[in-house]
Design a protein around this ligand. Sequence first.
Ligand SMILES: O=C(O)CCC(=O)C(=O)O
Ligand SMILES: [Fe+2]
Length: 380
Amino acid sequence: MSMNGAVDQRRDHSPANAAVVPAEAPRVRLNPSMEHKPDNYDDLPLEFCPVLFSCLERYLLPSMLTAPRDTKVDHMREILLSYSPEAERIKKLSYLTPAFFLQPLHKELYGMHATNFFVSSFLKAIHENTEESFRSIMSEPVPGIFVFEMLQPEFCRLLLEEVEHFEKWVHDKGFIIMHPNLMSKYGVVLDDFGLETMLDKLMCDFVRPISKVFFSDVGGSTLDSHHGFVVEYGIDKDVNLGFHVDDAEVTLNICLGKQFSGGELFFRGVRITINGPSRYIKQFNVSVNQRDEEIFDYSQVPGQAILHHGRHRHGARATTDGNRINLVLWCRSSVFRELKKYQKDFPSWCGECKREKKARQQISISATKQELLKDGEPLT
Ligand SMILES: O=C(O)CCC(=O)C(=O)O
Ligand SMILES: [Fe+2]
């Protein structure tokens, strides 16, 4: 489910999702052109009956009659919307998201074709679905961060082309799109471009089985919504990414390419975020509260995935050359979020809380020992 993205238009300040609002009804002819043979619109996912478009086409001005079908459809939709009652119109506008308008470049990306998407070692581990099989393909360089090979180079190539296709369309139409999240300005929300269903399958059938084993304490087995996007770095784009936690229980971050230098990810331990914003990424100061054993820096290569707790504090160093583009899936559990509201104790997954608990226990043990020594009791 996409929560953060939508299209907006440069020319007006209509709310996100309300993409195209005609200022006034475009003009049509009074009498139909009976000699004109209208196009067929049956194959398009239109919010009005396709026959209506074919009928209306005969009423278009001569300059529009010879326009490409896509242009005519956009134009006629504007006419029809301008005649819709207000409530109906607002409802229909919610259909006007990019996925609705844009023809995909690589249709095969929109369904889950696992054998074409993933490397065989990953598929085998998912199929076996045991902790042992997952561990056989993963490294865990610091607790709670899992690194493994995941995507085939061809899938990465096609997805990068699809993203470029979205971006070109957005640019040609003069739209601006929502940023992937509050910190990244370059990239796109994939859910808004029709990839939501595929990404949902990715979460349910591939991320959730692994998370059930490794992130059960943060709702890994009940992940039920996601925010899926790509982020792009380079000297003419975002260069780096500040130290932050994600609005996610579990984050999957996969490098898609292309060629780049720099761009290392750095991780610095999991922390509870008290009263954190529910929807947005939260930024920290990296020098605060650092511990040596939590330091992990990593240079990802294309196709490789990192799976981590969403509140594992992290950031990305400057990409000094080329372009680095990553697919990021923030996976959320509504069950975990609901239960967290009632949690009074320190959560087990927060590094700082765990240490605090241990320190308290140590103090209490030492105090007891002191008491016993004072009383002259033998220690065992
Ligand atoms: O740049 C990256 O690979 C990390 C992206 C990230 O952490 C995020 O978007 O939440
Ligand atoms: Fe992040």
